[in-house]
Ligand binder design. Structure first.
Ligand SMILES: Cc1cc2nc3c(=O)[nH]c(=O)nc-3n(C[C@H](O)[C@H](O)[C@H](O)COP(=O)(O)OP(=O)(O)OC[C@H]3O[C@@H](n4cnc5c(N)ncnc54)[C@H](O)[C@@H]3O)c2cc1C
Length: 453
């Protein structure tokens, strides 16, 4: 039987306090990992509640002013949470939606409930770390954090900023068999009085009143159920051939799981299990695991250990130096943020990528590199390029506002996790991409046509 001793203690760390003094429920502050299955933070919360012989309350604190969040993001989030609430209810676990400033709301909830312990899920991004610090200043009960997003916990796999995939890969591989273990199916022993009422989700959207200039998209259905269907669809129909087809933006060759992974509606560990179990060729399985585990967990490492993950000062020294030398190179084209946003550049391929992002909520992975590098080429300086790329990515992409996005943009514009390349105007030693290179790789005309509206 899965017990407290079977839980890998390296997934957890104490953010505050040691002694449990209160006898109220364990409170799991769900934030990054918005799912009721395959969730190590929830597993740990159930184990702790059973050990302390108290009930468990899951809370989600909804901030009306989350940076860059709009109707597209809130719609995806809220529909996903409604499903989480139903699933938790069927397990006898209460779910509470808190509305307002998150740290304050969680603190007040804990006070009212006389909570014995707060458990949260790990997120390397600045805003979540700020919320947790604020909470820790208020509470006088212990607060534990569980990395439920990475297969190997971010702080455990490495204690420093990694240079690139080649330095983190061996560290992850060494620990993979220890952490890539099946999720136990646990039951809560001491249940709350069941709350007959579910959250009135339609009223929540009214309360949030998000900016509605970016509409929800039809091609991604939110929630855990849809996430598992998307995973099955990928494994059945597209994993075979993934290693080659994923690089062609005219083919539907990627998994399209990033929105679900970003919102935590799907566990990367579950994806890894299902991929490993499948009968797809080994090269395809390994290519997917490289992106899903090594590259994704490298992004968390970058954002966790580099506080300047979203700006110029986070670039490696060689990239800062090459940008210093080429800062004043003449740009043939210069665009405003609005021209970029409206896809009004001279380049139909770039415009098509921007339109794909706006209309589908996701841009093909190969095009993301081209898109960000051209923003560097057509803005006045790398600082402006970073600002524009992050603004557009976070605004339109369902998987935006994610360590992968900040890292991918810093890779494209600031050489993060990359090496120096032969020098050329504007880019200096940053890796360059151009239209002709794309033409050699895939049918550019077909991609443009598919995204023109
Ligand atoms: C400029 C730029 C911006 C990006 N912005 C984002 C973003 O906002 N959110 C985001 O999740 N990814 C981002 N990426 C990384 C990558 O392009 C996407 O993760 C991928 O295209 C998502 O589609 P998919 O799920 O179909 O990917 P698949 O190819 O099917 O990969 C499976 C999973 O592996 C992970 N992954 C794949 N490629 C990468 C990568 N290069 N780095 C880190 N993890 C990876 C993702 O979690 C992805 O869902 C960005 C890359 C660049 C160059």
């Amino acid at each position: 039987m899965f017990s407290h001793n079977s839980f890998n203690k390296h997934r957890v760390r104490e953010l505050k306090g040691r002694n449990i003094t209160h006898r109220g429920p364990v409170v799991y502050w769900m934030s990054r990992d918005q799912r009721a299955t395959d969730n190590w933070a929830l597993t740990y919360s159930i184990l702790k509640a059973n050990e302390l012989k108290v009930p468990l309350s899951v809370v989600f604190a909804l901030s009306p002013s989350f940076p860059s969040a709009n109707l597209r993001h809130y719609d995806f989030l809220i529909k996903g949470l409604a499903e989480v609430e139903q699933k938790l209810k069927s397990k006898g676990i209460s779910f509470n939606l808190l509305q307002g400033e998150p740290a304050e709301q969680v603190w007040k909830f804990g006070e009212r409930a006389e909570a014995s312990l707060i458990i949260s899920d790990f997120d390397p991004l600045f805003i979540k770390r700020k919320w947790k610090n604020l909470l820790n200043q208020q509470i006088n009960i212990p607060h534990h954090e569980v990395d439920a997003h990475n297969v190997v916990p971010c702080w455990y796999v490495s204690q420093k900023l990694e240079f690139g995939a080649h330095t983190i890969r061996p560290k992850i591989k060494k620990l993979l068999s220890t952490f890539l273990t099946e999720f136990p199916d646990l039951s809560l022993q001491f249940k709350n009085e069941p709350n007959p009422h579910l959250t009135r989700w339609h009223e929540v959207m009214g309360w949030l009143n998000p900016s509605n200039d970016v509409k929800p998209v039809k091609n991604f259905i939110p929630g855990e159920k849809a996430a598992h269907e998307a995973l099955n669809d990928f494994i059945t129909n597209r994993l075979n051939g993934y290693s080659v087809r994923r690089n062609d933006p005219t083919l539907n060759g990627q998994s399209n799981l990033s929105p679900y992974l970003h919102f935590g509606q799907l566990s990367a560990q579950r994806v890894a299990f299902e991929v490993l179990k499948s009968s797809a060729p080994e090269a395809d399985k390994q290519a997917l695991l490289e992106e899903l585990i090594v590259r994704r967990e490298l992004s968390d490492n970058f954002c966790y250990y580099n506080p300047a993950y979203s700006n110029f000062s986070g670039f490696p020294d060689w990239a800062k130096e090459t940008h210093r030398i080429h800062r004043f190179d003449v740009r043939e084209y210069l665009y405003t943020l609005q021209e970029f946003e409206l896809a009004h550049t001279h380049d139909p391929l770039w415009n098509a990528a921007q339109l794909e992002l706006m209309h589908t909520g996701k841009m093909h992975g190969y095009m993301r590199m081209y898109w960000a590098k051209k923003i560097l080429e057509w803005t006045t300086c790398p600082e402006e390029a970073m600002r524009f790329a992050i603004y557009l990515n976070d605004k339109y992409s369902l998987d935006g506002r994610d360590p992968n996005g900040y890292t991918g943009i810093a890779w494209s514009i600031g050489g993060v996790h990359d090496r120096a390349w032969p020098e050329r105007p504007i880019f200096g030693k940053i890796r360059y991409m151009n239209f002709d290179g794309c033409k050699r790789k895939f049918d550019v005309g077909k991609y443009i046509k598919a995204n023109l509206r």
